[in-house]
Design a protein around this ligand. Sequence first.
Ligand code: SF4
Length: 320
Amino acid sequence: MKESISDYKFVFGIVPSRRLGQSLGISPIPKKTCNFSCVYCQLGRTTKYSHERQLFFKVDLIINELNNYLNSIDPSQYDIITIVGDGEPTLYLGLGDLIKRIKKIQDKPVAVISNGSLIANPQIRKELVMADVVLLNFDSWNEQSFRRINRPLKSIEFINRYKGYIEFRKEFSGIIYLEVMLVKGINDNIESLNKIADLIRDIHPNVVFVNVPVRPPAEQWVKIPDEKIVIKAREILDARRMDYLPTGDFTSIESDPTKAILDIIGRHPMREEDIITFLKGRKSLTNIEEVKDEIIKNLRKNPKVQEIAYGTTRFFRFKT
Ligand code: SF4
């Protein structure tokens, strides 16, 4: 089960997303269940390497929880429901059913964030076309670079995934966002970027985003590329930058601020500034500095939480 201490096991947020706006998240899989172990993963190294689709939780359970959550918020608080998972959401066997039922009970669009590992499978594509937005990552240009950056399970081949992306574009009339995560010294040279750009042309995504590892990565050696090369990458890939896009505020319907913060960092590393902004959004709180100090003290004492320095910033996140 997940590490969250909130009463909600599957629904979380609302989390500000650089690409999607205020996003209400749904995680239908156990923490860090993935068939990749990307070097830049903000959840840390993959602990449950799995390639088998499973009905980890009943769709009914997730929908009941979502119904309760939606009854406790104003619909204007969120822009989209995002199935994201603390790992790879297409590993959830009930994905198609889940998307269908989310769309039945509310009107906002549904997004799925996936690593695309299973997209060569026609059944997966059949389920993904039910979404309105699909976000896929594409950081590599051949088998070797794929293994170096994303570290997929052996059976997942670069070329099959790539062909699956092309097929999916033909079948899906919704929005495809493709994200290229740049890792210094690996895929941030002109030659690699040109190769990635050539391949992307045949995928025809609606928008390409260039991202950099702004949050603490799984591997300490992962570094953000130089500013000049990020600008160049944007040009080569005809992409928008993600790290410049505005983010909103974290919100949670959990009334206890300490629990709310723990719930958020279970899925999304937070900086001290994020915690302060979150607390400022709580109209009932007057002594924000005191509450913030108390929360940070508790986070530092919590054996499940780690405080990590990354670049010039300190983050709190769950240990993996
Ligand atoms: S970044 Fe996504 S795909 Fe990569 S290891 Fe983390 S959860 Fe899996």
